[in-house]
Write a new protein. Structure first.
Ligand SMILES: Cc1cc2nc3c(=O)[nH]c(=O)nc-3n(C[C@H](O)[C@H](O)[C@H](O)COP(=O)(O)OP(=O)(O)OC[C@H]3O[C@@H](n4cnc5c(N)ncnc54)[C@H](O)[C@@H]3O)c2cc1C
Length: 404
């Protein structure tokens, strides 16, 4: 499997290669996990998923341009499956944005679970066996290695992995979600934490995801025996129900004198933001290590930092302005003062680790926020389940010129 380079150019190249597969092939084959060694050159049918997630997660490629690209080639009906998956991402983002306490409780629950595990000898042993690919469950041990070696897992493998983690190995879901955030190049607060909650039976209450031997054997092309899986999948329960807080879409920033634009790893395509003019300075920041108390694996850090560097280079060319990094230990206000700029515009910082790390300091600089029209159209729809979002998406996206 080709390792992802953290540039928009590499993302566009992969998109160009994949677009032909995004219609019929994706719709019929997307659930198959042929593994990292699949020879997609010899058999393009095995090139059945895009592997674009690290680009989408850092907005090196935007959801809007992906949907437009696949509609152009296949039309919206034939590309419906792919578009639906892109909408899932927006659904999870919007859902978490409107229930930020779920993220805060995940962080507390994760830290509690990690502490508790130190005292639970047998749980710690299972955890260590899992990390070292020594559970004896062939598929799980393979995926653990694949996760650590490649920074990617197929969607179906993530579902099976999480189900085995929770129901067979009986490990805390928060520690599994933390492991994913340490190793996935696309590791994302909303898609990751809410998917783990979904597998556990906490997102759709009372409905857990069941990893079965038959399903794994079928959709991995018989690569595994998948022996030793739990037969019971009793959904986890929690006493709390989370309050829905409707998203307030920020008004577009008014035209202004010189302003600096913050370029962070949640949005690495400054050229396509709706801004009140050209920024006088780009200020780059990334902080992927905040995703986990254990920090992140080198490839995850390198991808996030590389994505911001790429965004600064492209942005400087596009806007004809300088760029600087806001480095650890520096004050953002000082970076702006040194440049002689008072106004700051910031692409929306979604709920998650980067907002936890820099949100307060950014707010201290009285920023104006910009939210992408696509996000402003999709996120507020995430009031409950996914299907109302899918149903309302055509009307919500039509004003953007996206005809589903
Ligand atoms: C337990 C678990 C944890 C996950 N953690 C993450 C995560 O941290 N970051 C992340 O981006 N995705 C996560 N996902 C969702 C999904 O597995 C990945 O987005 C997808 O596998 C990425 O591979 P791809 O780009 O080849 O996907 P494709 O099938 O080619 O899909 C195209 C794009 O659609 C979006 N997408 C596809 N499936 C989903 C989905 N189920 N939910 C949300 N968006 C989706 C992604 O942006 C993806 O790149 C998780 C799923 C599970 C079950």
């Amino acid at each position: 499997m080709k390792i992802h380079q953290p540039t928009r150019a590499a993302g566009l190249e992969r998109l160009a290669d994949f677009t032909a597969q995004a219609g019929f092939n994706y719709a019929h084959k997307r659930n198959f996990d042929y593994g990292p060694e699949a020879d997609v050159e010899a058999d393009p049918w095995r090139d059945n998923v895009s592997r674009l997630s690290p680009y989408i997660r850092h907005k090196l490629l935007t959801e809007q341009e992906l949907i437009e690209a696949v509609i152009k080639v296949h039309g919206s009906q034939k590309a419906d499956k792919f578009i639906t998956e892109i909408l899932w991402r927006g659904y999870f983002r919007g859902w978490l944005e409107q229930r930020p306490e779920v993220w805060a409780d995940y962080v507390t629950g994760r830290d509690d679970a990690l502490r508790a595990m130190q005292k639970l000898g047998s749980q710690r042993k299972t955890y260590e066996q899992a990390l070292e690919s020594r559970t004896g469950i062939d598929c799980f041990d393979f995926w653990m290695k694949e996760l650590i070696d490649t920074g990617y897992l197929h969607n179906h493998a993530r579902m099976w992995f999480a189900s085995i983690w929770i129901f067979t190995l009986k490990l805390p879901w928060q520690i599994g979600a933390d492991l994913f955030l340490q190793h996935l190049r696309d590791g994302d607060a909303a898609s990751n934490v809410l998917s783990w909650r979904w597998v556990a039976g906490l997102h759709t209450k009372g409905k857990s995801y069941q990893a079965t031997k038959e399903n794994i054997v079928q959709f991995t092309d018989g690569r595994f025996t998948a022996i030793g899986l739990a037969q019971e999948f009793v959904p986890l329960v929690e006493s709390k129900s989370y309050k829905f807080r409707p998203l307030k879409v920020p008004p577009a920033p008014p035209a202004a004198a010189a302003f600096a634009l913050l370029v962070h790893e949640e949005d690495c395509h400054p050229e396509s933001l709706t801004l009140p003019g050209k920024p006088a300075l780009l200020i780059g920041v990334s902080g992927p290590d905040g995703k986990s108390p254990k920090g992140v694996a080198d490839p995850v850090r390198e991808f996030a930092q590389g994505a911001v560097t790429d965004a600064l280079t492209r942005g400087s060319d596009h806007f004809g302005c300088e760029s600087v990094m806001w480095n650890k230990g520096q004050k953002l206000a000082d970076v702006m003062k040194t440049a002689g700029i008072e106004r700051l515009i910031v692409p929306w910082l979604p709920t998650g680790p980067l907002k936890d790390a820099i949100g307060r300091e950014v707010n201290g600089c009285n920023p104006r926020w910009v939210m992408r029209n696509y996000d402003a159209a999709i996120w507020p729809l995430a009031k409950a389940g996914f299907f109302p979002v899918k149903k309302k998406a055509p009307d919500a996206l039509a004003p953007l010129g996206i005809l589903l």
